[in-house]
Write a protein that binds this ligand. Structure first.
Ligand code: CU1
Length: 153
């Protein structure tokens, strides 16, 4: 009997190996912000095969958004500082994002401990080879809370 089932196991292992790369691209990512002013990811790769990409932001801490609020803002890396400065000036009521800021590709609202928010954006708004940055625009947070986003092949 032992000789009979061995080829079956081999077939199953091969099938799993083939299924891996062939499965549909993951068109979403989840990122965590915490009470220590940290994001759980330093980079995100968006598969080019996705039409829309969804980012879910979760605040895993306990502090209220007035003290330790987090958002997730996406811009070109070169636009980050300008969008950040204008976002901070816009204030908490605007989620620290300037109204109609064309540099901002996508952003969530500001969330406090235990809260979450999600944003979807068209992958066509990203260009291959361009360097994008995501960050939290709550005053003072972007020094630590930032990462890079790229369009993956
Ligand atoms: Cu933050």
């Amino acid at each position: 009997m032992a000789i009979l089932w061995k080829p079956l196991v081999l077939v199953a292992v091969c099938a799993a190996a083939v299924a891996g790369p062939a499965r549909a691209a993951d068109c979403s990512a989840e990122i965590d912000g915490n009470d220590a002013m940290q994001f759980s990811k330093a980079s995100i790769a968006v598969p080019a095969s996705c039409k829309q990409f969804t980012l879910k932001l979760k605040h895993s801490g306990k502090l209220p958004k007035t003290a330790m609020g987090h958002n997730w803002v996406l811009t070109k890396a070169a636009d980050m500082q300008g969008a950040l400065t204008d976002g901070i000036a816009a204030g908490a009521a605007k989620n620290f994002v300037k109204d109609g800021d064309a540099r901002v590709i996508a952003h969530t609202k500001l969330v406090g401990g235990g809260e979450s928010d999600a944003v979807s954006f068209p992958v066509a708004s990203l260009k291959a080879g361009e360097s994008y940055a995501y960050f939290c625009s709550f005053p003072g947070h972007a020094a630590l809370m930032k990462g890079t986003l790229t369009l993956a092949k």
